[in-house]
Design a protein around this ligand. Structure first.
Ligand SMILES: [Zn+2]
Length: 353
């Protein structure tokens, strides 16, 4: 009897899948078998800003079965002009981007498994986040993070899609270790000075829209087992042109040939500056557990609210702060380390009162 039940159950879910994706399944490049393959595919999107959010929507609608979303920031009003899916309510509530996006994706496709992680991806945690997926997607706006993803991809052998946008322009590349040029084959690593400059460029929302449509095409082709071009694809949203540039592998590439990693494995410090968003992350010097119910009570004069199981949000001195159960704090609106350290100590003192 059990076998009959499982068979009926399987047939019912297959019938549902055929109904939902019939206009994809009818395509000769897809068909039922590959649509089922998509539903068992696993991806991670690192960064849930304009690129991450937009490509996530396309992929969850197309039927990708498992999506892990990682982002360290919350939704702000200044994001809304270019970041798809987020709303004024998300910015008013200061919802972490990964959680806001996960909620929207689950509403779009309840069959997909969506995992949301609020964290800063760094040299000492990136492998944990990428090791069990089929493809890594770069949704970051951060050059150092792209080089870290590149090294993690080479180390694990898992391919990745690089995407970058600026003003009206975007670039996309599929990178498969051992087969295509890696990021380091055609781009020099940023200098320490560049990493610390934290430049912010303007961007029009059509740049991520165009760029992520191309990125999603590469993702789907890879997951469907179709041929994927490895050219660097440049899209110009002002002139409305798309150019493909072939890039060769470097014979002596320090990353994909020599496996000399500059970012992977590098421990993140106790104090980290987040580029582009003017924020400082401070970790406790020893392991901690913060009872957040207790924290909400103790910090009640600081507009405190619980925004996730492991995070409370609060405001003090005109700055917005995320406090995590492990004692980590991210202080937004400043890159003044001394000011951030002072605020960290003050809040910790209040919690110990
Ligand atoms: Zn290389």
């Amino acid at each position: 009897m059990r076998v009959v039940f499982m068979r009926n159950d399987y047939e019912a879910s297959l019938a549902k899948l055929i109904e939902r994706y019939r206009r994809q399944i009818v395509l000769k490049e897809i068909g039922l078998e590959k649509q089922v393959k998509l539903s068992s595919s696993r991806i991670v999107i690192i960064g849930c800003g304009a690129n991450g959010s937009s490509i996530a929507e396309l992929l969850v609608r197309a039927g990708v079965g498992y999506i892990r979303l990682i982002d360290r920031d919350f939704v702000e009003e200044k994001d809304l002009h270019r970041v798809r899916l987020y709303t004024e309510k998300d910015s008013y509530r200061a919802t972490p981007k990964a959680l806001a996006l996960a909620e929207k994706l689950r509403e779009i496709n309840s069959s997909a498994t969506i995992e949301a992680v609020v964290d800063n991806v760094s040299g000492d945690n990136v492998l944990n986040y990428v090791k069990d997926v089929d493809l890594i997607i770069d949704g970051s706006d951060n050059l150092e993070l792209r080089f870290l993803i590149n090294e993690a991809s080479v180390e694990t052998g898992i391919p990745w899609i690089m995407m970058g946008v600026e003003r009206w322009f975007g670039m996309v590349k599929f990178i498969k270790p051992g087969s295509t040029a890696c990021l380091r084959c055609f781009m020099k690593e940023p200098s320490t000075r560049t990493i610390n400059v934290c430049e912010v460029f303007g961007v029009v929302n059509i740049a991520p829209a165009l760029t992520t449509s191309i990125g999603a095409s590469l993702v789907l082709k890879y997951l469907l087992g179709l041929e994927v071009e490895s050219d660097l694809i440049m899209v110009n949203g002002l002139k409305l042109t798309i150019d493909k540039i072939h890039v060769n592998r470097l014979n002596d590439c320090p990353v994909c040939v020599k496996k000399e990693y500059r970012f992977l494995g590098k421990p993140s410090g106790d104090i980290n500056i987040y580029c582009g968003v003017d924020a400082i992350e401070i970790k406790p010097s020893k392991e901690q557990f913060i009872n957040l119910e207790h924290a909400v009570e103790k910090l009640r004069n600081m507009n405190v609210k619980r925004i996730a199981d492991n995070i409370v949000f609060l405001e003090t001195s005109g700055l917005k702060i995320m406090l995590f159960t492990d004692g980590k704090m991210v202080i937004y609106g400043t890159i003044d380390v001394e000011q951030a350290k002072k605020i960290y100590s003050e809040i910790m003192m209040k919690l110990m009162d």
